[in-house]
Design a protein around this ligand. Structure first.
Ligand code: BGP
Length: 464
């Protein structure tokens, strides 16, 4: 019996606007960077204008925009204490640079947060989850342009002011370190941008994140605001000192974002990295001041771990989003993501030792091709196993003394995959009847894991 979890633990699930809402032009929403990436965050971009018809999966996604009352009721039935989702920036500022926000977009999130409130589900809201107004890319060149900081600050202040009585937990940028691997998704830059261009854009985003932290403190003093990292922990492939150092450097390449957002300044190792790679970016004294507005807590996603080696003949794992060297001791998901529950305990300890700030696991889960049986039931024992094993390790980390605020599994309802833009890579406790061709009734159905998660939450983890 697992008694590690505190009574305040925020159990729930996590989604993102562009992967669930659909309604991609409804109520004056503008086109976002995500709307231009029909094949996912690593795929090519397409040209679109605002009178296109629904042609891509994400255009309708799972139609959460219209079906959210039914979905929230199902989350409540599972006992959710918390739901993470994001605001689509383009519903509030369709092109990103308007003077006035779009009232019908603001009203949608009022309705959504009110619905969550009915069931005492705490909203955890990401300001930007893999999307930004396309207008800011087309007309300003994306985050490479310093003006984006002001547009983002204005957007953040607008939503903090509007929802200050409804939302007390905020996140700035989803997986902010992903910009290194998917520059268009993260910072609105072409994939062939130079490292200096990418780090300059990232710098602007880090300043914007710090400005949002300050604005949140001023406007909602009783709120908590965190950052969000893709927690891709790397082990040395062997105990060769070269491999150990390589793993250390690879971990620093993503922990750098946390170091800036939690400690408020660029770490020394990054200055060396910039020098050795001829990366030159502009950081003003004013920027340095702003960066001192550091986050209250650290949130992160965790799906897999990987390895590092100086031996270049070893191939990288197929499909693994971070191109890490495979670990010979671990199994992989259908998409080549290596399954490592103990890695989650390890990562929680690494982050807590480094920062001594509360941690929030805001994504974790198993993508799988669920196939209904002849009666239409989905017996997803593999998902139950995956989640159970990871949650047991969260309990272990809590016993290690790590301060963990909560756990929101990724995709509590099936949604469109970020990396492949498919429906058939499913994470949910709730099945959605829609296939990769966009066919299906969109009907919602409880999977076996739905009942399992319900018992985990109602027992506060003792059922694990
Ligand atoms: C994270 C993203 C999510 C999400 C998840 C699963 O990187 O923050 O948006 O989708 O990964 O990835 P995928 O959908 O590619 O399986």
């Amino acid at each position: 019996m697992n008694q590690a979890f505190p009574d305040t633990f925020l159990w729930g699930g996590a989604t993102a606007a562009n992967q669930v809402e659909g309604a991609y032009l409804t109520d004056n929403k503008g086109l976002s960077s995500s709307d231009l990436q029909p094949q996912g965050i690593f795929g090519p971009t397409v040209e679109r204008n605002s009178d296109n018809e629904n042609v891509y999966i994400k255009d309708m996604a799972i139609d959460f925009y219209h079906r959210y009352p039914e979905d929230i009721a199902l989350f409540a039935e599972m006992g959710f204490k918390c739901l993470r989702t994001s605001i689509a920036w383009t519903r509030i500022f369709p092109n990103g640079d308007e003077q006035q926000p779009n009232e019908s977009g603001l009203a949608f999130y009022d309705r959504l947060f009110d619905e969550m409130k009915k069931y005492n589900i705490e909203p955890l809201i990401t300001l930007s989850h893999y999307e930004m107004p396309y207008g800011l890319i087309k007309n300003y060149g994306g985050w490479g342009n310093r003006q984006l900081i002001d547009f983002f600050e204005n957007y953040a202040k607008t939503v903090f002011t509007r929802y200050k009585d409804k939302v007390k937990h905020w996140l700035t940028f989803n997986e902010i370190n992903m910009s290194l691997h998917a520059p268009f998704t993260g910072v609105g830059l072409p994939p062939d941008s130079s490292k200096s261009e990418i780090y300059q854009a990232i710098h602007h985003q880090l300043v914007a994140s710090a400005k949002a932290v300050k604005a949140c403190r001023d406007i909602i003093p009783d709120a908590k605001i965190g950052n969000m990292l893709l927690g891709g922990i790397v082990y040395p492939l062997t105990c060769k000192p070269e491999d150990v150092l390589k793993a250390h450097h690879e971990n620093n390449s993503w922990l750098f974002f946390g170091d800036v957002q939690v400690r408020g300044r660029y770490p020394g190792y990054m200055q060396r990295y910039f020098q050795e790679n001829n990366i030159s970016i502009t950081i003003t004294d004013e920027d340095k001041q702003w960066l001192q507005n550091t986050v209250d807590f650290i949130s992160f996603s965790y799906y897999m771990s990987g390895c590092a080696t100086t031996d270049e003949t070893l191939s990288t794992a197929k499909g693994n989003i971070l191109s890490m060297v495979p670990n010979p001791y671990l199994p992989s998901s259908e998409w080549g993501w290596q399954v490592d529950p103990q890695g989650l305990r390890y990562l929680l300890n690494v982050l807590y030792d480094r920062y001594q700030k509360p941690l929030f696991i805001v994504e974790n889960g198993l993508g799988a091709k669920d196939l209904p049986d002849t009666e239409g039931n989905i017996n997803d024992d593999y998902r139950i196993q995956y989640l159970n094993d990871h949650l047991v390790q969260v309990g272990e980390a809590i016993k290690d003394g790590v301060d963990v605020m909560g756990y929101t599994s990724w995709g509590p309802i099936d949604l469109v995959s970020a990396s492949s833009a498919e429906m058939s890579k499913r994470y949910g406790f709730i099945y959605v009847d829609r296939n990769d061709n966009g066919e299906g009734s969109l009907e919602r159905r409880r999977k076996k894991s739905f009942h399992w998660y319900q018992s985990v939450i109602s027992s506060n983890g003792k059922a694990l």
